[in-house]
Design a protein around this ligand. Sequence first.
Ligand code: SAH
Length: 338
Amino acid sequence: MSEHQEIDAPDFAALLLATGDDALLIGSVAGETNRAAHHGNVLVRGLLEIGNRCKNNCLYCGIRSGNSDVHRYSMNSEAIVESCRQAYKLGLRTFVLQGGEWPADDAMVEHTVAEIASLMPEAAITLSLGERPREVYHRWRVAGACRYLLRHETASECHYSCLHPSSMKLSERMECLDNLKAEGYQTGCGMMVGSPGQTVETLCEDLKFIQLFKPEMIGIGPFIPHKSTPLGVFPAGSVELTLRLISIVRIMFPLANIPSTTALATLSPDGRERGLMAGANVVMPNITPVNYRGDYQLYERKASSGAESVEGLDELRNRVEAAGMKLDFSRGDFKKES
Ligand code: SAH
């Protein structure tokens, strides 16, 4: 199977705007592409929210530095390792350590990654800790992290400035993505759907960027407002458009690892299953200690229980099987060839 399928830029808009039979066709081609590449297997990754301290002030994000309503926490190394061990006992073989941008924790992350890697060498460690100097990405890579998620959020300069304070630059985020690839990480980019200022044109820019960047992972979920942020008055993104984007990127990248995101499951009771049917092949149940989950609210009512949590693995299994797929507990590295 080829690693990616080129689509001409003008066709992106047609794919995004398609209705009726054309829309159904896009969904079914994406579903078939997904089955041919991943055989109905849905990779399970444990999401560990290691801290909500953040120096950034992104206009959409509930844990932005300007939100003084947040009770801030940082998990320590022992707690992070213990959460991973618990998840390991349940069979999980990928841990995704996510959090705000908090450089004071860089050294702690480095030795924690090394410890997890030495205690559980069969497991993969993914990081999602924002923009860092290349040298920090390098140290984390050497310590044992092999994947990194850094959504580009938008590939349009103008749209980027609707979502971020002027101190943050799209070029810097893009440079981080290049550095991650250069350091040998399996790298994930992606965007929210329906974020304020987004248009069909900006989404086409996103798809063009993704086509050129060739990520190993692509994270796409709906924007959901958080009342304590400047963008809290805007409506949530569309579930339908999110599903369409998942289908488009699946057709473009048959082998990419694409999650059915928590945001999708938060907006719609069957959002997770619909994401999988639309082309996603990854689920990320929450493995954060329950006492911290309420403090990691990127957006309001973020799902972190039931099938979105490690306590709900049986429910997750049942739901995925009802959708005609099955959970896969392997490490699930990006495979160049199927
Ligand atoms: N700080 C890290 C990772 C944490 S946020 C980083 O910057 O990469 C993880 C992702 O959650 C973000 O990339 C963003 O796309 C998403 N997110 C943040 N706020 C959101 C909101 N209000 N609605 C939907 N998704 C949101």
